[in-house]
Design a protein around this ligand. Structure first.
Ligand SMILES: O=C(O)CCC(=O)C(=O)O
Length: 285
């Protein structure tokens, strides 16, 4: 990231269009994801593959753990968060060609039990052409500068978020699209308002979202949560360390996955007005 891009992240709460993978990498990664879909759609350990794609995929799928350790991504994230980096969750946001799926306006860390930290950032990597037509993300510049605002649960069926949570009042006239070419990433701050529309393109829209945190994020916070050290050192004691998947759907990793989800679910569903389905079994989105 050059100085202007870093300044724009600090000012706006997001920055878009940073190249990290070349076309051959994108083809390989997308191919590996589609191989998983072709051969392991039923998942393992009682969870469909889609569940692992939706949250904490790094715990059971080596590909996702490896992607979170990509030096080119870590170099960018280090500019924002500093030299000690952990990964909280690796996720895939897939909208099939012509899919009506959307993501409502929200702030990521609202239900993540991390308080209002400045030290969580998402690196969102395009593994297809994530154009405006394909339903790229939109961001509200400067919205990270305030605190966490109220969100209302909608549980809307076409919403990719776990509780369809949305911010009541967003001045969309100020929103900025963040289209990405394959292999580019955007960064967004955990309090930056963002959303995305349906995929009106003829290709799948595939985004890899990696949630990075620093060792200090959980200092003084209650409960237990888990993170994978990917660069530097963790001299704090807030995160329970996890290593990342050792083999696809390894039994010990599947057991850990359940443990992590169970510990996280109380936080993620706090105050919800309905059942928050953290164990999605649905098909493509
Ligand atoms: O993929 C999307 O459209 C939304 C992703 C998102 O909300 C996130 O990565 O925080």
């Amino acid at each position: 990231m050059n100085a202007d891009q870093l300044a724009s992240y600090r000012r706006d709460g997001f920055v878009s269009g940073l190249p990290v993978f070349d076309p051959s990498d994108v083809t390989r990664i997308r191919g590996a994801i589609e191989q998983l879909e072709a051969h392991h759609a039923d998942g393992a350990g009682g969870h469909a593959l889609n569940q692992f794609f939706r949250v904490n995929g790094q715990l059971v799928i080596p590909l996702l753990a490896d992607l979170a350790r990509t030096p080119a991504i870590l170099d960018v994230v280090e500019q924002v968060l500093g030299p000690d980096l952990l990964v909280w969750s690796v996720e895939l946001f897939i909208k099939e060609a012509g899919s009506a799926k959307t993501v409502s306006w929200h702030q990521d860390i609202t239900y993540w039990g991390m308080g209002e930290t400045d030290d969580e950032v998402t690196a969102w990597v395009a593994l297809s052409d994530v154009s405006v037509q394909a339903g790229c993300m939109r961001f509200l510049p400067g919205s990270h500068a305030g605190g966490i605002v109220p969100h209302a649960d909608t549980f809307a069926p076409d919403n990719l978020l776990s509780r369809g949570q949305e911010i009541a009042h967003v001045d969309e006239t100020q929103a900025v699209f963040g289209p990405l070419r394959p292999g580019e990433l955007s960064l967004h701050h955990g309090r930056c308002f963002h959303a995305s529309g349906p995929n009106r393109s003829s290709d799948r829209r595939i985004g890899l979202a990696i949630r990075y945190v620093t060792p200090g994020v959980r200092d003084g916070l209650p409960g237990r949560d888990y993170a994978m050290l990917v660069r530097g050192q963790d001299r704090h004691q807030g995160w329970t360390p996890v290593a990342g998947a050792r083999a696809l759907f390894h039994p010990a990793d599947l057991a850990l996955y359940d443990q992590v989800l169970s510990d996280q679910s109380a936080t993620l569903s706090a105050g919800a007005t309905g059942t928050v389905d953290l164990y999605q079994t649905g098909g493509p989105q």
